[in-house]
Design a binder for this molecule. Structure first.
Ligand code: N01
Length: 560
């Protein structure tokens, strides 16, 4: 085992969180070392290269606000950008701020151990090296450990096996291939129309149908982008007071200008409410008559169903919206049996992360696409030549897993973290994640998590959440240094109170309805404790609490 010279902070992961951590901590005069399993920066956007991958938050909002120069010089080609453009943005940031010199790539952290003698962290990497630092920041992402379900025979498949979350860097040519895909969450729904266009045949193995609505697919208009750039300071402020960290800034001038030119696309290419903001409408679906509701969907599309407030709080309103949604699917998909299979019936809108698509339902009208409904019979086994469901065997050349991630806690638990007294994080989180503000865990001094469980994280614009967390962590480390303190960690009482609050605000929402089984609850991983992991109380409320904690001399934390 070789040992490298100590640094001030070790950061695990070089996605957007790890990248901003380098920049911020370096500004604070800290010596930073990052370890990244991939061969380059970008995290989620580095790994998820499957055809169709794109973000569900408008790009002008899903961008960093820490550098005005960066804001002004970067141009987005689409309102909701595709993975290659977001990865280009990440690379631009790495180049511009010279981040790579702090990153060791192709290196996975395999253990993170507290050393009481030196009051610091000892990090072991898979190249047999140990590294030491008084502070360790886990920037490991919320959706970074791909889930491959333990289907019997899974390792026997002799064709090409792919996972959306581990897609190869080189082009995958599916021309003339018989392709199967397991999973119809966000990844599957984005990939399916693209795979159908390329493959000879596509079989979609669906366990649970999804409520998906059309994504905004407009190219970026220069005038809209410029107006954002002209107003970025105000926009960043607006993000800070929005529940999902999205400003919803309306570029008035550009719209007026386009309207004067009688451009019918003018309004439509204004970034609409992003993913996190669907839940904020002021109208109630129950205030409309059945005829009015139908008319609304016909006129404004499926997305309209997501803009009613009561759909997220009132089970009866939820049922109304769900049925309208199903009727639309029955209308869009020509084969009645396929349409019926695509209709979600066992849970409601708002339970899972909203899925956005491009041509999803229409894809099932193609001759080369077959839906295999697993509701009655699950996949019995994977064979060397395909997938066996009941008595039916589906011959495949390529099998794609779009089966999601061990979300929120997966990467943290996989890192083999052991804290004070040799107690492990896996022991501490045996019954679900316990953390104060999603930032720190009692018993794990000087270890910080970026967008950890118990923080808004995946319910917020990630880049906004990341900046807030990294800034908070940087300030905390500075506070320790300025006050001659060696360590900080939460008190058990503060941690317990916060976890109770996180649970309390999630109760009574569609997210935690008994019929709901989402990765937010850990329900997609067999044996994982069923706990609602992100903080649903809204980003502003959370941010204010973090600020209040600091103003009260780090209330809820203990120091040595
Ligand atoms: O994963 P998922 P994902 N047999 O867990 C199925 C973000 N994201 O990668 O529902 C058969 O949602 C499983 O079925 P079921 C976004 O936050 C964002 O699609 O468990 N099927 C489900 O259909 C998103 O929410 C973007 O019954 C099996 C699917 O696999 C999150 O990532 C794009 C199975 C997994 O769906 C995760 O999305 C992509 C089995 N044994 C991802 N096991 C955008 O920004 C699992 N499944 C747009």
């Amino acid at each position: 085992m070789r040992e490298s010279p100590p640094v001030d902070v070790i950061v695990v992961g070089a996605g957007f969180a790890g990248m901003y951590a380098i920049h911020r901590f370096r500004e604070l005069g800290l010596n930073v070392q990052v370890f990244e399993a991939g061969s380059d920066v970008g995290g989620t956007w580095y790994w998820n290269r499957y055809p169709g991958a794109r973000c569900d938050v408008p790009s002008l909002e899903y961008s960093f606000g820490f550098s005005e120069e960066l804001e002004q010089e970067w141009d987005w080609p689409e309102v909701f950008s595709a993975q290659p453009d977001i990865l280009r943005y990440a690379n631009h940031i790495a180049d511009k701020f010279k981040l790579r010199e702090h990153i060791t790539f192709n290196t996975r952290v395999i253990s993170v151990t507290w050393d009481e003698a030196t009051r610091g962290w000892e990090i072991t990497t898979d190249d047999n090296e140990t590294h030491r630092a008084p502070f360790c920041v886990m920037a490991t992402g919320c959706l970074s450990v791909p889930n491959k379900p333990g289907i019997p025979g899974a390792d026997t498949f002799a064709g090409l096996e792919l996972h959306t979350g581990l897609w190869p860097h080189e082009d995958v040519d599916l021309t003339g291939k018989r392709v199967g895909i397991i999973g119809t969450g966000s990844s599957g729904v984005q990939a399916i129309p693209e795979l159908a266009r390329q493959a000879e045949t596509l079989h979609v193995f669906q366990r649970t149908p999804v409520y998906t609505v059309p994504a905004n697919r407009k190219a970026m208009r220069d005038a809209v982008q410029q107006e954002f750039k002209d107003n970025y300071r105000a926009i960043r402020d607006m993000q800070q007071s929005n529940a999902g960290g999205v400003s919803n800034f309306r570029p008035v001038k550009s719209v007026q200008r386009a309207a004067a030119d009688t451009d019918p696309g003018a309004i439509a290419d204004v970034p609409p409410d992003g993913q996190p903001n669907f839940r904020g409408g002021n109208n109630n679906i129950k205030d409309l008559s059945p005829a009015e509701r139908r008319q609304r969907v016909i006129e404004r599309g499926l997305n309209e169903l997501l803009n009613f407030r009561d759909v997220y709080t009132d089970p009866e309103a939820n049922d109304i919206a769900n049925e309208l949604f199903r009727n639309a699917v029955r209308y869009m998909v020509k084969d009645p049996e396929t349409a019926e299979s695509l209709c979600p019936k066992d849970y409601g809108i708002g339970c899972k992360r909203q899925v956005l698509d491009r041509d999803y339902y229409d894809t099932f009208n193609r001759d080369n696409v077959t839906l295999v409904d697993l509701e009655q019979e699950s996949i019995r086994e994977i064979t060397p030549t395909g997938v066996q469901v009941g008595d039916e065997h589906y011959d495949l050349d390529v099998l794609v897993y779009a089966t999601g991630f061990d979300a929120m806690t997966g990467a943290l638990l996989k890192a083999n973290v052991s804290g004070r007294g040799g107690h492990t994080l896996n022991e501490k989180w045996e019954h679900g994640p316990v953390a104060y503000l999603g930032l720190q865990m009692q018993g794990f001094p000087n270890l910080f998590t970026v967008t950890g469980p118990g923080s808004p994280s995946v319910l917020c614009n990630m880049l906004v959440a990341i900046e807030q967390h990294v800034n908070w962590i940087g300030d905390a480390i500075t506070y320790l240094r300025d006050n001659g303190l060696a360590t900080m960690e939460p008190t058990a009482a503060a941690e317990t109170e916060w976890v109770a609050h996180v649970n309390e605000v999630a109760e009574g929402t569609m997210y935690t309805a008994p019929s709901c089984n989402s990765w937010y609850l850990g329900a997609n991983i067999p044996g994982k404790p069923r706990i609602f992991m992100p903080y649903v109380g809204g980003y502003p409320r959370y941010r204010e609490r973090c600020e209040q904690v600091v103003a009260n001399s780090y209330e809820g934390f203990q120091f040595t």
